[in-house]
Design a protein around this ligand. Structure first.
Ligand code: ADP
Ligand code: ASP
Ligand code: MG
Length: 408
């Protein structure tokens, strides 16, 4: 017996049958004497539909109103899951983000969670009720509804688990856990029994969408150990926890891909202090998220900067850089390219092993896959490749590091 926080994602509550089966799972835990808070996402596809609706009436939907609209998806599912549990005779209440005390700040559509006042949640739990909390939403100091960025119900779940000091936190989804690669792309990907916060954080930030990256950051900060597992079976999942000794012996934990990347290159930049700052400030002001940055000195004495971003931001980046280009002198020119994919390998064992990049590049070369840009961190190597080859690249690198086989 204990206090359990579970989160069910969009697919897991994606139909009335699925909602009934979530209710059965929660009932079983309640019957066994546990206290349970359940965070739910909108039914699968609903958030995308709401976004499409906004675009029907607005060319550039205001973010404040997007939050009002998008938060309704989760509000539908908390009511439906609660009704399904009540139908089974389980005492249950639903709580919106505001009612569950989730206080947010920052920009609309990508707010942070600042604090949680879990008093109402606790009151219901102590009275023996199951509590169903709307994921992905909170309210800011002014009382305005804010959402937490796509995939943000993961963050709500981790935050709720931290605030009630849960004994168990489970993220239930449509796969059995965190795999060495997206099993939809790499068929022989292997389920990992455990992974460190840092590794999952790196993987999530380079495209592994099984957990929202900010939720992993939050879990690490507050020491919330959690499990990613399936809502469709009872197989053991993946434990996400603090790094420990034996984890370092595995060099690569996983492979991740990101599609729809674009590259902007500015050539002919005078080799003088302040030039990079000018370029990057313009992009920052336009709130464009830059990913890889590479700069080098060409032999003609002019510098060259390249950076990658999501293709959706390319138009805005070009517009933001145009006025800057005029201030860089007559040699400066802007080139851009879309249709780029990014492949990353992640593992804390990289800190103590050398030759990982060589092994990765050799495998890609042997498969005839050309590498564009390269960037590295302590536990990650990323390369860009032509987007049409990105899935091949993931499979080739997965095989090169024997990720389908359990480490001995
Ligand atoms: P939910 O709706 O439950 O939040 P998501 O769709 O956000 O679920 O995340 C689950 C999906 O993440 C899986 O269906 C899988 O295709 C994808 N995924 C990508 N990379 C991985 C990985 N390394 N391990 C497991 N799943 C992954
Ligand atoms: N419904 C939101 C989304 O689709 C939040 C979530 O599912 O985690 O992004
Ligand atoms: Mg998700």
């Amino acid at each position: 017996m204990g206090l359990i926080v579970q989160k069910y994602g969009g697919t897991s509550v994606g139909s009335f049958d699925r909602i009934r089966s979530v209710a059965q799972r929660v009932k079983a835990l309640h019957d066994a004497g546990n206290q349970i808070a359940v965070v739910v996402s909108a039914m699968g596809g609903v958030t995308d539909k709401l976004i499409a609706m906004a675009r029907e009436v607005s060319s550039d939907p205001p973010e404040r109103e997007m939050d009002v609209l998008l938060s309704t998806g989760e509000q539908q599912s908390i009511a439906l899951v609660t009704m399904a549990l009540l139908e089974l005779g389980v005492p249950t209440v639903s709580l919106t983000g505001r009612q569950a005390g989730l206080r947010t700040s920052g920009s609309h559509t990508r707010a942070r969670i600042d604090t949680i006042d879990a008093s109402l949640t606790r009151k219901y739990l102590d009275a023996g009720q199951v509590v169903i909390v709307a994921g992905f939403q909170g309210v800011n100091e002014e009382g305005l509804i804010q959402t937490l960025g796509r995939g943000g119900s993961d963050l709500s779940a981790i935050a709720v688990a931290a605030s009630v000091d849960a004994d168990v936190c489970q993220i239930l989804t449509d796969v059995d856990g965190v795999y060495t690669a997206d099993p939809r792309v790499v068929p022989d990907a292997r389920k990992l029994p455990e992974i460190s916060y840092d590794e999952l954080l790196e993987l999530a930030s380079v495209g592994t969408k099984v957990m929202q990256s900010r939720s992993v950051e939050f879990a690490k900060k507050f020491g919330v150990k959690f499990e990613v597992r399936s809502s469709l079976n009872n197989n053991p999942g993946t434990i996400v926890t603090e790094e420990h000794g034996s984890m370092e012996s595995v060099v690569i934990r996983g492979v991740s891909i990101e599609r729809s990347q674009a590259r902007v290159t500015i050539i002919g930049i005078p080799d003088e202090p302040g030039m990079s700052a000018r370029i990057l400030s313009a992009l920052a002001e336009a709130e464009i998220n830059i990913d890889m940055i590479i700069s080098n000195i060409a032999h003609d004495g002019f510098a060259r900067h390249s950076f990658t971003m999501h293709t959706n931001d390319l138009g805005r980046a070009q517009a933001a850089l145009k006025p800057v280009l005029n201030t860089l002198g007559s040699a400066a020119q802007l080139e851009s390219e879309a249709g780029i994919g990014k492949l990353s390998v992640v593992g804390i064992g990289m800190r103590s092993h050398s030759g990982v990049a060589a092994q990765m590049f050799t495998a890609l070369g042997a498969a005839g896959i050309n590498i564009g840009m390269i960037s590295t961190s302590e536990i990650k190597i990323s390369v860009t490749v032509d987007e049409t080859r990105i899935e091949d690249a993931a499979r080739v690198v997965h095989a090169a590091f024997d990720l389908d086989k359990a480490p001995s």
